[in-house]
Structure formats: structure tokens, C-alpha cells
Design a binder for this molecule. Structure first.
Ligand code: SAM
Ligand code: DTB
Ligand code: SF4
Length: 340
């Protein structure tokens, strides 16, 4: 019989690098089998959370993240826009809901959210509007102070995305304009305000496998675990310092996802950026290894993503389905959620 959800199992928050390495490097089939069994203990099998991203403020970012086309430090061709108006954002959210998405994620190319005034109020209005549509609302606005985190929580924000991206020791090779500790501090403020945490990272930056274990250790040793963990595969964008990186082996992405699933069994593990460069078969392996969330729709923030029709065809071929709308409110089919 196929194992289903089991209740009352504890998660661990004291993983050593050696333990993580042992999970990551074991024979591929052993890792994928373990990850799939863990997945079935904690989640509805064959169900995927559909999230849609909207770039509410594109380009011109003062940070120097080496992978990012929106950094003002590099020459990538991306629009530099002012903050989007609230009705346009809510129109996009309604379209996302019509496509079957349950979570709407709004990203802004800011180093930190604006401390006061119109722009921040505008974001709060977007959050309220998305929640009024019956969707989960997520924002990623850069660093937050305590007051901003509280205001977002009050507006009803479901989740805040703030990635650790890589291991502490490799971080300085990718970003110099802020520190790892800055990132951890914002995550702590988000948690304290009662907003769920969305935090993950990227592979393909030129990091060692050890740096991947280090990232996973940082995420998995938080208490509670981040409720969602996006795993991005570098999208190489011309004009950024990482544009010419060699292609990453897709099986490394599967290992990363499988290890994240083993370490953080209750969390959503999101197969995030990079799906355009993956075959359907590689994506299927990611789902087998425990990925249970994707970004849907033909754009991420500035780069292309498979369109909803392609995704539906893939889900149908795999016998998978989107997490139903309204499931969160009903508490349905998410056995592990909230117990990390
Ligand atoms: N400015 C905010 C911040 O840095 O938190 C929000 C937006 S930022 C684009 C969110 C995340 O997207 C980054 O932390 C990184 O993990 C991911 N990302 C950005 N550019 C990427 C790329 N070219 N390929 C893969 N992931 C990328
Ligand atoms: C995350 O981890 N990945 C998303 C979301 N969080 C904000 C962003 C991916 C961006 C990929 C490059 C782009 O489209 O600009
Ligand atoms: Fe700015 Fe975020 Fe891009 Fe870094 S990842 S340059 S903070 S938009």
C-alpha cells in the first residue's frame, strides 16, 4: 500500500553537515525513494501548489546579486519601472486565480522595503486585495524592519520570501552589498510578526556541493522550518556576471530537492526558477523527489517560465493536480503544514 500522511512526527533542527552530505550523496535512487516516502508521510501525493509571480517594481536594484538581471550594477536588459498601481496588480492576481493558482507572489527590486509613505501603503493595499480574492499573498521586497513586518502581517500577508541563496562562506562571492546576517535578521522579523517564512536558494552559481549542504543546514536548522523552500536553478541572463556559467547537471537539482524534502518534511519545496531549461522528465524527477510547488505562468520576474497550458499537459501526463483553491481555509489535504 502507498503510505499516506502520518500525524505527530517531529521534525529535526540540528542537522550536521556530515548528515546532510550523507543524504545528498547517497545513490540517486536511494535518495529519491527516501524523499518520496517522506513526501507521502507529510503531504497529499500528486498535489502541487500553484503560485504566480508578479514583478510589481522592476529593475534598478541597488544590490549587486551576481545572478540577478534586476541589479543596477549590471547591463541586463530589463525594464526599470516605478511601483505598479494597485488595480493592475489585483487584475494580475485575479488572472492568476483563474489559472488555478492559490498563491500570488509580488516581487519588488528593492534593497529594502520603503520605510514609510505611499509606496509601502500601496503594497499593503495589494496584500489586502489579494487576500480579499481568497488567495494566499506573498511578498518579496528586500529587507524589512520590525514595523514593516508587523504592518504586512496586519494587512494579512501569508508569507514573506527572502532567500538565503547559498552557504554563508560562499555568499560574499555572489553578493557584497549586504551580509548573510542581514538576511537572517529580516527572516527573524518576519517570523516574529507571525508571517510564514519562504526561504531557499539557488544552485548553479559555481558553488561547491559543500556550499549546498551549508545552505540546506541554515534552512533546516531554523525552528520552525521555513514553511516554503524555493529551490532555484540559475537562469543565466546576458549582462549579469554569471551569464556564462556552465549548465548545471539537472540531477544535482533533483538531489538538492530530495535532500530538502528529507530535512524539512512539512515544508512546501518549490521547484522555482530554471524550469525552462529542464526537460519534462527532469521536472518529473523533481516531483518524485518531493517538490510540491511551482511558479505557474509564462513569466517569473523578468525571465520566461513554462506557460500554464504546458504545465497542465505535464501534470496530466504525470497524474498530478493543482492544490485546490480554498483548501487552505478548509484545512484539507495538507497534513504536514504548520507542524515544522
Ligand atoms: N529583491 C528581493 C530579494 O532579493 O529578496 C526580491 C526579489 S529576488 C529576484 C528573489 C530571489 O530570486 C533571489 O533571492 C534569488 O534566489 C532568485 N533569483 C533572482 N534572479 C535569479 C536568476 N537569474 N536565476 C535564478 N534565481 C534567481
Ligand atoms: C524565488 O525563490 N524565485 C522567484 C521568487 N522567489 C521571487 C524569483 C525568480 C527570479 C528569476 C529571474 C527573473 O525572472 O528575474
Ligand atoms: Fe535586487 Fe533582489 Fe535582484 Fe538582489 S535578487 S539584485 S536584491 S532584486
Amino acid at each position: 500500500m502507498i503510505p499516506t500522511a502520518s500525524k505527530g512526527r517531529a521534525t529535526r533542527h540540528d542537522w550536521s553537515l556530515t548528515e546532510i552530505e550523507a543524504l545528498y550523496t547517497q545513490p540517486f535512487a536511494d535518495l529519491v525513494l527516501q524523499a518520496q516516502l517522506t513526501h507521502r508521510e507529510w503531504h497529499a501525493p500528486n498535489e502541487v501548489q500553484g503560485c504566480v509571480l508578479l514583478n510589481i517594481k522592476s529593475g534598478g536594484c541597488p544590490e549587486d546579486c551576481a545572478y540577478c538581471p534586476q541589479s543596477a550594477h549590471y547591463e541586463a536588459e530589463v525594464p526599470r519601472d516605478a511601483l505598479m498601481d494597485v488595480p493592475s496588480a489585483l487584475e494580475a492576481a485575479a488572472a492568476a486565480r483563474a489559472q488555478g493558482a492559490t498563491r500570488f507572489c509580488m516581487g519588488a527590486a528593492w534593497r529594502e522595503a520603503p520605510s514609510t509613505g505611499k509606496a509601502f501603503d500601496q503594497v499593503l493595499d495589494m496584500v489586502r486585495g489579494v487576500r480579499a480574492l481568497g488567495m494566499e499573498a506573498c511578498c518579496t521586497l528586500g529587507m524589512l524592519n520590525e514595523r514593516q513586518a508587523e504592518a504586512l502581517a496586519e494587512a494579512g500577508l501569508t508569507a514573506y520570501n527572502h532567500n538565503l541563496d547559498t552557504a554563508p562562506e560562499f555568499y560574499g562571492s555572489i553578493i557584497t552589498t549586504r551580509t548573510y546576517q542581514d538576511r537572517l535578521d529580516t527572516l527573524a522579523r518576519v517570523r516574529k510578526a507571525g508571517i510564514t517564512v519562504c526561504s531557499g536558494g539557488i544552485i548553479g552559481l559555481g558553488e561547491s556541493r559543500r556550499a549546498r549542504y551549508g545552505l540546506l543546514q541554515q534552512l533546516a536548522n531554523q525552528t520552525p522550518h521555513p514553511e516554503s523552500v524555493p529551490i532555484n536553478l540559475l537562469v543565466k541572463v546576458e549582462g549579469t556576471p554569471l551569464a556564462d556559467r556552465p549548465d548545471e547537471d539537472p540531477l544535482e537539482l533533483v538531489r538538492m530537492i530530495g535532500t530538502a524534502r528529507r530535512l524539512m518534511p512539512a515544508s512546501y519545496v518549490r521547484l522555482s526558477a530554471g524550469r525552462m531549461s529542464l526537460s519534462d522528465e527532469a521536472q518529473a524527477l523533481c516531483f518524485l523527489a518531493g517538490a510540491n510547488s511551482v511558479f505557474m505562468g509564462d513569466r517569473l520576474l523578468t525571465t520566461p517560465n513554462p506557460d500554464a497550458d504546458d504545465d497542465m499537459r505535464l501534470f496530466n501526463r504525470l497524474g498530478m493536480h493543482l492544490r485546490p483553491q480554498g483548501a487552505e481555509a478548509a484545512g484539507a489535504s495538507l497534513p504536514g503544514h504548520g507542524r515544522s
